[in-house]
Design a protein around this ligand. Structure first.
Ligand SMILES: Nc1ncnc2c1ncn2[C@@H]1O[C@H](COP(=O)(O)OP(=O)(O)O)[C@@H](O)[C@H]1O
Ligand SMILES: [Mg+2]
Length: 361
């Protein structure tokens, strides 16, 4: 017959899918009964009707039936009381700082910037996040482009984040944990931001979100210079900037804007990515629709490396519209291949430690 210790050991290895911490550590395991080959576990969910109940049930059942001497697993679910939830929040958050992260900081923070809109900044950010996740890194994405949030669509994330106490739990898809103002507004009623409110909202997305342990936090900045970049730099002075541009040679005005932003915010620029570099025709020749050399030019002006180029690709655009990022369905996509190469270049450039176990795609 199995022992309670053996059962608890298995449960210690099973994480709550939202909070990314063990069920035992989160005090979600209420009671364990062993009756011959039947194990009964009482589990307290953070909220009633927790959408991830089925996943927890599957994980616990699979984990326990793998034990010798266990034939049947029964799980009784209940919900935490307000007090228990409060205690959990306290445990998750510790003491909240005035600005910056609650809990452990992400190892690397990359703010993705561009001189102007429409260059593919959000599309690239979404795909880079998916690519880094596929390489086994823990990845979060913060949609800080509050005027034109597009990461929820690009990553196919719908719904509203749940709250545990006064912390929001990011929504997750393709292994990327996402927080966006788009979860709280609807397209028909755009938010008009005034300075102090914007500052506050951005700070809340950093301090009031249970990001969990992250290797990378990618931040989709609004185009241009602007208040958001300054707020981010104050809350996260360790953030680094990645610049997206198109190949037009008119890059010097963009370079000026980005350089000014870096100077104003004191954030260092790690490199440039050129997007929409060319369109590959069926016969293999390349059509440089938007001109040539803009990425190289901008990187030289900023004194940083050109980390890669991404072609114009119908599948990339379609994937973005359909919430199926091409990096998650990379077969036969040249753009996805380039995005994965750029992810490697970024990992190399900032010296991110490779995770030991890459996630199976
Ligand atoms: N390499 C690319 N090939 C084809 N379409 C692209 C590419 N990059 C971006 N797009 C498309 O261009 C449009 C603008 O991209 P978006 O990421 O929203 O730009 P930004 O965030 O810079 O404003 C979107 O419709 C997107 O799907
Ligand atoms: Mg955008």
């Amino acid at each position: 017959m199995v022992t309670k210790d053996q059962v608890m050991k298995v449960l210690e290895g099973i994480d709550d899918p939202e909070l990314h911490r063990s069920l035992v550590e989160l005090n979600m395991v209420n009671n364990v009964e062993i009756d011959g080959a039947t194990v009964t576990v009482d589990i307290k969910l953070t909220i009633v009707g927790c959408p991830l109940k089925a996943k927890i049930k599957d994980d616990v059942t699979a984990g326990l039936t793998a034990l010798d001497g266990v034939e049947k697993v029964e799980i009784n679910f209940s919900a935490m009381s307000d007090d228990e939830r409060k205690e959990l929040t306290q445990q998750l958050t510790g003491k909240k700082p005035a600005t910056g992260f609650t809990g452990t900081k992400p190892k690397h923070i990359i703010a993705v910037a561009s001189g102007k809109g429409g260059v593919g900044k959000s599309t690239f950010t979404a795909n880079l996040a998916v690519a880094l996740s596929a390489k086994g890194f823990q990845v979060g994405a913060l949609d800080a482009d509050v005027y034109g949030f597009s990461l929820p669509r690009a990553l196919g994330v719908v719904g509203q984040p749940t709250a545990v106490g006064d912390m929001m739990i990011p929504l997750e898809n393709y292994g990327v944990r996402l927080m966006s103002m788009g979860f709280f507004t609807d397209d028909d009623n755009p938010v008009v931001w005034r300075g102090p409110l914007l500052h506050k909202a951005i700070n809340q997305f950093i301090s009031d979100v249970h990001w969990g342990l992250l290797d990378f936090l990618l931040i989709d900045l609004p185009p241009g210079t602007g208040d958001v970049a300054i707020t981010i730099s104050q809350a996260l002075p360790e953030a680094q900037v990645l610049v997206i541009t198109t190949p037009q040679p008119a890059a010097h005005s963009v370079a000026g804007r980005v350089a000014k932003m870096a100077e104003k915010t004191n954030l260092s620029v790690i490199g440039v990515v050129e997007n929409m570099s060319y369109y590959q025709l069926p016969d293999g020749t390349r059509d440089y629709i938007f001109g040539k050399g803009g990425g190289r030019d901008l990187s030289q002006r900023l004194g940083v490396p050109l980390l890669g180029q991404v072609p114009i690709e119908t599948r990339l655009r379609e994937g973005g519209d359909a919430g199926r990022p091409v990096a998650a369905f990379p077969d036969g996509s040249a753009a996805a291949e380039d995005i994965f190469k750029i992810a490697d270049a970024i990992v190399e450039k900032i010296g991110a430690v490779r995770p030991t176990e890459p996630a199976t795609p």
